[in-house]
Design a protein around this ligand. Structure first.
Ligand SMILES: Cc1ncc(COP(=O)(O)O)c(C=O)c1O
Length: 391
């Protein structure tokens, strides 16, 4: 019998995710303090679920919607984009997607041909890298400048552009570093994109969670970039609607039908019940978003205070956004971040994510999530303090 995998080369080239491996290993250890998931531990506000139940009772969720999404939802998204992102949009330029992730995947498959190069700041969200690989594109990593808070290296990006470059993908606020790319840097990036006619795919999942005066900037608000940006958003982070699997993208009307050719074979449409839930999320009070912001802001401050007490083990850049941070491990053991995190899990019962999962400059780091209760942060750090003291 032949042991060769029957899977495609495209899929086989994708390494096993360290995030999922850590999740698997964490299940083998009892009473773990979790700092490894970029998933809010609080649930979505109740009014969102109630709107979904109402829609079920009215019997309006059992069929497909149009593939672009319910017209009334796209109308609300247009209002939100004008209000919060300074993006002038029309409902025909919106696709409601299965989370931001399906939107980004559909955009990548719609614009990348085999062999096309895609520039990614490093470290970056590993799924973006996999999406490029699945489209048979070539990820080109440009290290960010860690000492300045993981900001973009504009010169490095300019140098990375070749005749094969087709796109740039970034997330800001960033997973895993928490960096918020400034308007000035993003305008410069837009100039590079225009000069070389590149598509920029933005992942704005954490748009509402910025701190200390950092401001979220949407590149699609630059009118000259109309044809060159696909902007991807989600309800997952803003309203803690992780399991509802709903997000949306905005792109130029030329590109929308092309992206929809990918969206349809993968999903036909987003589950209609989730679309009604999202409609309520946008139409009703936004106080819940402010509450989440307050929670993440104070959790971030707590995590930084606790990290300050472990300054012989970790050095960190204070995250200006998201609910993630990416401390550098000062110990030699950090060279193998996967082994370091497995040790922390088995010996200190703290689950974290190895930096190696986030691109070539991720090694010697780990990712910590602060979208958890303060108690979880304190338990995790009490255990780490004890563990590193005993080393
Ligand atoms: C940067 C980033 N983009 C997208 C996602 C996934 O979002 P969604 O649930 O909307 O697909 C995540 C989830 O952790 C993320 O961190």
């Amino acid at each position: 019998m032949n042991n060769k995998s029957l899977a495609s080369k495209r899929v086989l080239q994708i390494p096993k995710s360290a995030i999922h491996e850590m999740t698997r290993l964490s299940k083998e250890v009892e009473d773990v303090a979790f700092l490894s998931w970029a998933k809010p531990t609080s649930g979505a506000p109740p009014h969102i679920g109630e709107a979904a139940v109402d829609a079920i009772k009215k019997g309006v969720v059992d069929g497909y919607s149009v593939s672009l999404g319910l017209p009334e939802l796209r109308q609300e998204i247009v209002k939100k984009l004008a209000r919060d992102n300074n993006i002038k949009a029309d409902p025909s330029q919106i696709i409601v997607t299965v989370g931001a992730i399906e939107g980004i995947a559909a955009a990548v498959l719609a614009v990348i041909d085999p062999g096309d190069e895609v520039i990614l700041p490093s470290p970056t969200y590993s799924t973006h890298v996999n999406q490029v690989q699945l489209a048979s594109g070539r990820p080109v990593f440009v290290p960010t400048v860690e000492e300045e808070g993981f900001v973009l290296d504009m010169e490095g990006i300019r140098k990375a552009v070749t005749s094969k470059t087709k796109a740039i993908i970034y997330c800001s606020p960033s997973n895993p570093t928490g960096a918020v790319f400034s308007e000035q840097q993003l305008r410069e990036l837009a100039e590079i994109a225009l000069e070389h006619d590149l598509i920029v795919i933005t992942d704005e999942a954490y748009e509402y969670f910025t701190f200390d005066g950092h401001k979220h900037f949407s590149m699609a608000s630059i009118s000259e970039m109309k044809k060159n940006v696909v902007s991807c958003f989600t309800f997952t982070k803003t309203y803690a609607m992780t399991g509802w699997r709903i997000g949306y993208l905005h792109a130029d009307e030329d590109l929308i039908p092309q992206i929809n050719k990918v969206h349809i074979p993968f999903s036909i449409c987003v589950p209609v019940v989730s679309q009604y839930a999202a409609l309520a999320a946008l139409r009703e009070s936004q106080d819940c978003v402010k509450d989440f912001w307050q929670k993440y802001f104070s959790a971030r401050n707590l995590m930084c205070e606790r990290l300050d007490r472990l300054d012989s083990v970790f050095e960190y850049q204070k995250p200006g956004g998201s609910y993630l941070m990416f401390p550098r491990i000062l110990l030699d053991e950090g060279k193998d971040s996967q082994a370091f995190c497995v040790d922390l899990l088995r010996k200190a019962r703290v689950s974290t994510t190895p930096g190696v999962d986030f691109g070539p400059t991720g090694e010697q780091h780990l990712r910590l999530s602060f979208c958890v209760e303060d108690d979880m942060i304190n338990t995790a750090f009490d255990r780490m303090e004890k563990y590193f003291r005993s080393q």
